[in-house]
Design a binder for this molecule. Structure first.
Ligand code: GMT
Length: 375
């Protein structure tokens, strides 16, 4: 089967899921064509079954906004025709489902068509997609998809609540390739903390929805009682909040390490003791699953789909969104009880194994086969 994957090339969750899925399919023998504005961050372009098609936007001074979506639908149409694709898979409704629908219309003009699968990832539904500027086009393009999938039960519920969806939504959860973990780790704890210190970690795109200010407050509360360091991985607009916090709390400057975007994410997660995820919204929380696969328990909010991933009192602890005191107390409880920490590390890995790529990939394959069969 020849599949076209439309996705963001960035480190964001939807791009990572699309890339990891495409690569897993390519290793199984599918021909996978990525269509995106740049080479996706984790894509192994050396695999002969993987193709990358860069969307080129022709700029022109007349345009206040460059017409990316038009260039994207043109590229989708062209790749489907040139490489005789069997199926398109859009990751994130905006603009991918919309542009794919337009490409399908162009194909229909020539008596052709191609099935379209749209996977909803979260902010395309809960945040951006609901804005009046986008809502109608998002609802329309989701309904025009031949198959709709969502990464959690919670996101399915939100989609049905916020949009008038006329088709069944199939939940196919995000996944993790556990074989990427537990290989010899050339990073050491000593690089980040002394032997008697615990390591707290947060990984995100540092957008307001991640509530990085709460990560810092939780760490400040924990640090008063437990010798510890905080690692923050990622880049984004709320870096400013971190700088401001450090100005107001100069005694913590040497206790917080800001690593930006790193290649060794999994290795650093493996060295950590607890992952903090106080998000305001999270359709799934792929970052939490990555932490669990690295045997790191999670202290999180109970937003969206997080409770489907992080199990209360088993793989970590959850509190109401914004309840910084509870999240701080849970972190202190976990880090001051070695037995509990050891138990939760084991539980976290067990939970990650349930979401293993080997379990989820066949579900995607069956969904593709069903989509083609009913097209
Ligand atoms: O978390 C983000 O802001 C990035 C966003 C994306 O689409 O790239 O992530 C969403 O999709 C991920 C993969 O399915 C989910 O694990 C994240 O929970 C979801 N983020 C939100 O819902 C805020």
């Amino acid at each position: 089967m020849k599949i076209g994957i439309l996705c963001y090339p960035t480190y964001g969750g939807s791009g990572i899921v699309a890339t990891e899925l495409g690569m897993a399919l390519a290793y199984k023998g599918y021909e996978v064509h990525f269509i995106s504005s740049n080479l996706p961050a984790r894509l192994d372009i050396t695999n002969p079954n993987i193709f990358f098609h860069k969307v080129n936007v022709q700029t022109y001074p007349l345009f206040q906004y460059q017409p990316y979506d038009i260039a994207l639908s043109s590229m989708i149409y062209r790749v489907v025709n040139l490489y005789k694709l069997d199926l398109l898979h859009a990751h994130y409704a905006i603009p991918y489902a919309y542009a794919a629908f337009t490409a399908k219309q162009m194909l229909k003009e020539e008596g052709k068509d191609i099935p379209l699968v749209t996977t909803l990832h979260g902010t395309d539904i809960t945040l951006v997609g609901q804005h009046p500027s986008y809502k109608h086009a998002v609802e329309f393009s989701i309904n025009q998809s031949d198959t709709i999938t969502s990464v959690s039960e919670s996101l399915k519920k939100d989609t049905l609540q916020f949009f008038n969806i006329k088709k069944e939504i199939q939940v196919i959860t995000n996944f993790i390739d556990n074989s990427d973990f537990d290989s010899p780790n050339d990073c050491t704890r000593r690089q980040f903390a002394t032997d008697d210190e615990k390591i707290l970690i947060h990984v995100s795109n540092l957008r307001p929805v991640k509530r990085v200010g709460e990560v810092l407050t939780i760490f400040k509360n924990v640090h008063k009682l437990i010798k510890s360091k905080l690692i923050i991985i990622g880049e984004g607009p709320d870096m400013e909040i971190i700088s401001q916090f450090l100005e107001e709390n100069p005694e913590l400057i040497g206790e917080i390490r800001l690593l930006g975007k790193v290649n060794d994410l999994y290795k650093i997660l493996e060295l950590s003791d607890v992952f903090l995820l106080p998000s305001e919204q999270e359709s799934f929380g792929l970052a939490a699953l990555e932490a669990m696969a690295a045997r790191t328990p999670v202290i999180s909010s109970n937003a969206g789909g997080i409770p489907e991933v992080n199990l209360q009192g088993v793989t970590g602890f959850l509190a109401e969104i914004g309840n910084v005191e509870a999240m701080s107390n849970y972190t202190i409880k976990l880090l001051s009880d070695e037995n509990l920490l050891a138990e939760m590390k084991i539980n976290a890995k067990e939970q990650a194994l349930k979401f293993d790529l080997q379990n989820v990939l066949p579900v995607y394959e069956k969904m593709y086969a069903d989509t083609l069969a009913t097209f």
